[in-house]
Design a protein around this ligand. Structure first.
Ligand code: F6R
Length: 245
């Protein structure tokens, strides 16, 4: 199998390529299920999808979305919560039915039960047609940090110290970054029909090269993607420096 990858000259071109893939799924199957990611990497993808909705009538009216993860511990409506991010950067700009947009509920009394509920919800959609991923500098996908098992499902996880440090750029200080999250598991992600991972910038180069060419290992959770039949890494030249042409 192996991971298929394409290099674009810059972040903008790579983002447009991902927007093309998502648009194609929406056009082919209007009632599709999209698996979505947050973070800084997909921002231009969402801006482009919003533009296509506005200017080219790209239709989200029958689509369903499920997000990879959500922080635990932020008050409802917090600007850095992923539910807020999704509304701000995508949902409020498109014609999606809010009842069909799903993120893990981190405000439930029993968080493990809430994670199980989310796993069942993802299954009940009939399956994710296209899962969009980013990658952490340590190879995490969703918040499956190094050590995550291949058969892991949606669950409560601790964020790695490096992830807390890296995500502190979105908060006033590192101590404000949540320590835990609910994330889809590796097995949850691998059940998607098709997976697109967008990675740009030199900070991702090592994790990307290991994920594609390294051993399949819990040390780099993205390496589990090697076992999937339909994975495409969309890279800019900086993220691809560790790959031979
Ligand atoms: C986000 C997520 C994370 C990010 C990763 C990269 O929902 O699950 O795995 O994709 O941390 O984040 P950025 O894009 O901010 O570099």
């Amino acid at each position: 199998m192996g991971i298929h990858w394409t290099v674009y000259p810059n972040h903008h071109e790579a983002s447009l390529a991902v927007a093309d893939t998502i648009s194609a799924v929406l056009i082919e199957k209007t009632a599709c299920v999209l698996g979505l990611a947050t973070g800084s990497t997909p921002l231009e993808v969402y801006a482009e999808l919003a533009r296509r909705h506005r200017e080219e009538a790209l239709d989200f009216g029958k689509a369903t979305t499920v997000n990879l993860d959500e922080y635990i511990g932020l008050p409802p409506g917090h600007p850095q919560s992923y539910v807020h991010y999704m509304h701000e950067h995508l949902f409020r700009h498109i014609n999606i039915d809010r009842d069909r947009t799903h993120l893990p509920n981190v405000h439930a009394a029993d968080l493990s039960e809430s994670a199980n509920d989310f796993e069942r919800l993802v299954e009940s959609t009939g399956g994710v047609d296209l899962q969009l991923l980013g990658i952490g500098t340590n190879g995490h996908i969703g918040f499956n940090e190094p050590g995550a098992e291949e058969d892991s499902v949606t669950r409560v996880v601790d964020l790695a110290p490096g992830t807390i440090h890296s995500n502190s750029r979105f908060f006033e200080s590192e101590s404000d970054v949540p320590r835990r999250a609910i994330t889809m598991g590796i097995a949850t992600i691998l059940r998607a029909q098709k997976i697109v991972l967008l990675a740009t910038g030199d900070s991702k180069a090592e994790a990307v090269a290991e994920a594609i060419n390294g051993p399949i290992s819990r040390d780099n959770p993205a390496s589990f993607l090697q076992t999937h039949a339909n994975v495409h890494f969309v890279l800019d030249s900086a993220a691809a420096v560790g790959l031979a042409n």
